[in-house]
Design a protein around this ligand. Structure first.
Ligand code: SF4
Length: 238
């Protein structure tokens, strides 16, 4: 494994758990959580300043060690899957460009969780990504978000992506409708997961009547709409 140390990234944690969000909720995965983000969301539950600089080689050794511990049975490795999450993983495209090809060589499925803005960076690694869990971030909940950039991003990853939109009691209906039009304009078949903001005790951050209304609006425009809270907060795991 020859990897350049200069493409290091600040990593908050690497750990094994179960996917808690979106269409793959419940899937066993190794998680690589990056520190730092290009957006600022009112409901963000990630502490962006923690973490340590890791070289691609050090991260790979840790990832592959967790895969051996959790996906090995009878001397065979069964369907290993690694989720890159954040923060925003695509801020560290150099690091991903070094790590992802090595994971693909090892037969690992790569799952990218992204805020769906950095489409040029995505283009650098898209060939190594199996699934894109792409957020569409809405104003005013998320500062610096941009529907124009989300559109570019979704066009680039449409065949591998499902979209997630977090809903709170402050989510603006007009922004939500614009996001639905954006997705439908690319394809009505793109799956959309509506994710009520979820507190640690599993309490939802949106009233049921609003959630029903947003779901109805989404189903008018798109073929595949799901509603799922953050399951890991209900299970009380990482
Ligand atoms: S995009 Fe995600 S990680 Fe970044 S601030 Fe928003 S919720 Fe937090």
């Amino acid at each position: 494994m020859k990897l350049k140390p200069e493409s290091s990234a600040k990593i908050s944690e690497i750990f094994f758990s179960f996917q808690g969000e979106g269409l793959f909720a419940g899937k066993p995965q190794v998680f690589v959580r990056f520190s730092g983000c290009n957006l600022s969301c009112s409901y963000c539950d990630t502490y962006h300043k923690s973490g340590k600089d890791m070289t691609p080689r050090a991260a790979l050794l840790e990832i592959l060690g967790l895969i051996r511990n959790h996906f090995k049975s009878n001397n065979k490795i069964f369907k290993p899957s690694v989720a890159f999450t954040g923060g925003e993983p695509l801020l560290r495209a150099d690091f991903l460009s070094a790590v992802l090809p090595e994971l693909k060589k090892a037969g690992v499925k790569v799952y990218l969780e992204t805020n769906g803005i950095l489409f040029k960076e995505y283009a650098r690694v898209s060939g190594y990504v199996d699934v894109v869990a792409m957020d569409i971030k809405l104003m005013p909940d998320c500062k610096n978000s941009s529907l124009a950039l989300h559109r570019q991003f979704l066009k680039a990853c449409r065949k591998k992506a499902f979209v997630k939109i977090v809903l709170t009691d402050k989510t603006a209906r007009a922004e939500f409708v614009k996001a639905l039009s954006l997705i439908a304009g690319i394809s009505k078949k793109v799956s959309l997961v509506l994710q009520p903001a979820t507190g640690q005790n599993g309490r939802l951050g949106i009233k049921p009547a609003r959630l029903y209304e947003f779901t109805r609006l989404a189903r008018e425009k798109l073929n595949n709409v799901y509603v799922l809270p953050q399951m890991h907060k209900i299970w009380n795991i990482r």
